[in-house]
Ligand binder design. Structure first.
Ligand code: FES
Length: 136
């Protein structure tokens, strides 16, 4: 624990005190190249911590590369988006022996599975698969 105590009680306060942070807005314009260079590591540390916090509250698969977006939180990203509700009806009597229905909402052959769930699962770390209805 002694190294941590030294870092947080002595080294870090001395380092922060010696940073060339101006007291006024005009002071920023009087900083030299070396002063800006000295501000790069703490700025990068703050940016990194901010980004890590952003990732913690915005897990993969729910956010785009730039920011959280409404589309990233949707179950249905592209099927019949002009409809208020996507409803499909299939008569069991019309199924010959077996029908494979999509449950991942990525199929290009909706409502049937076309294997798109494989790519989705690989990309997002998900585990969705089709609903298989068979007469046997
Ligand atoms: S394509 Fe959606 S479950 Fe297979």
């Amino acid at each position: 624990m002694q190294p941590f105590a030294y870092i947080f009680k002595e080294a870090l306060p001395v380092y922060l005190t010696n940073l060339p942070i101006p007291d006024s807005l005009g002071g920023w314009f009087r900083l030299g190249f070396k002063d800006f260079l000295a501000l790069v590591p703490p700025t990068a540390a703050v940016a990194g911590l901010t980004y890590m916090s952003y990732l913690a509250f915005c897990p993969k698969g729910r956010c785009g590369a730039g920011s959280c977006d409404q589309k990233g939180n949707l179950v249905n990203p592209s099927i019949l988006k002009k409809s208020d509700k996507v409803v499909d009806s299939v008569d069991v009597e019309d199924i010959a022996e077996k029908a494979v229905f999509c449950r991942c909402w990525r199929s290009k052959n909706w409502p049937y599975c076309d294997g798109s769930h494989n790519g989705h699962n690989k990309r997002e770390g998900d585990n969705v698969g089709p609903l298989i209805i068979s007469k046997k």
